[in-house]
Design a protein around this ligand. Structure first.
Ligand code: PEP
Length: 255
């Protein structure tokens, strides 16, 4: 059975007071035992996350990392710094990093590697823009995003990684891929990886991200190749985020 995961990417949102309220709300909630719930607060709130979540099953991680261990890289944070604060996961290649901060394919691959070398589990984000989808290039783009990482680290590195399919046109836009559209791309991603190693590909958790909300999560998460979600906006509110966590264990079998 693949691990079900729901991850909340807070991006650059909220104050310390907001972060504390959100973390306390999640820490005090009943989390389904078979879902790995992860939060990605801004770096400065990681000490708060490690303090407030230490007795909970909820994990936390960094939204980004630098590929080096240390050095003259003003403003950057390395994998060992993240593990110092108890991070287990890190996002790599989020579309906002790729587009706004110009992270190209080799950079994302190096960050993926640095995360693993530093003891973190990378969540590799892949996804196409609307233009790429409209021009029939979505699969090519995803294939390139996966291939550049596989070339750098080999398929065996995916034993200890997660992939998130996040169509860029659905991130923060309120437009969600339909469960069928998302399933089609998840199946494509798994098929690409199966060509390298079927056992690894079939065990890999592939999350969907792009305007996931409490009211569309069940439809997405019950698709056969969707193993949970990477949630942006809806992870900033305790009740909605917890409802999305519950959706990951929704039972589709006949009652
Ligand atoms: C994200 O930031 O990864 C994301 C999917 O955002 P949203 O849920 O707001 O679309």
């Amino acid at each position: 059975m693949r691990k079900k995961i729901v991850a909340g990417n807070w991006k650059m949102n909220g104050s310390r007071t907001d972060a504390e309220a959100l973390l306390k709300g999640i820490a005090n909630a009943e989390i389904p035992s078979d879902v790995e719930v992860i939060v990605f607060p801004p770096f400065v709130y990681l000490p708060l996350a490690s303090e407030l979540l230490k007795h909970s099953s909820v994990k936390w991680g960094g939204q980004n990392l630098h590929e080096g261990k240390n050095g003259a890289f003003t403003g950057e944070v390395s994998a060992p710094m993240l593990t110092d604060y108890g991070c287990k996961y890190v996002l790599v290649g989020h579309s906002e990093r790729r587009s706004l901060f110009h992270e190209d394919l080799p950079t994302v691959a190096r960050k993926f590697k640095a995360a693993q070398v530093g003891g973190l589990i990378p969540i590799l984000c892949v996804g196409e823009t609307l233009e790429e989808r409209k021009s029939g290039n979505a699969e090519n783009i995803i294939q390139q995003q996966l291939a550049s990482v596989i070339e750098a680290v080999s398929i065996s590195a995916f034993q200890n990684a997660v992939v998130a399919y996040e169509p860029v046109w659905a991130i923060g836009t309120g437009l969600t891929a339909t469960p069928e559209q998302a399933q089609e791309m998840h199946a494509f991603i798994r098929k690409e990886l199966v060509q390298h190693d079927a056992a690894i590909a079939n065990k890999l958790s592939i999350l969907y991200g792009g305007s996931v909300k409490a009211d569309n999560a069940v439809g997405l998460f019950t698709m056969p190749d969707i193993d949970g979600g990477l949630v942006g906006g809806a992870s900033l509110e305790v009740k909605g985020f917890l409802a999305i966590c519950q959706a990951a264990v929704y039972d589709v079998s006949p009652q």
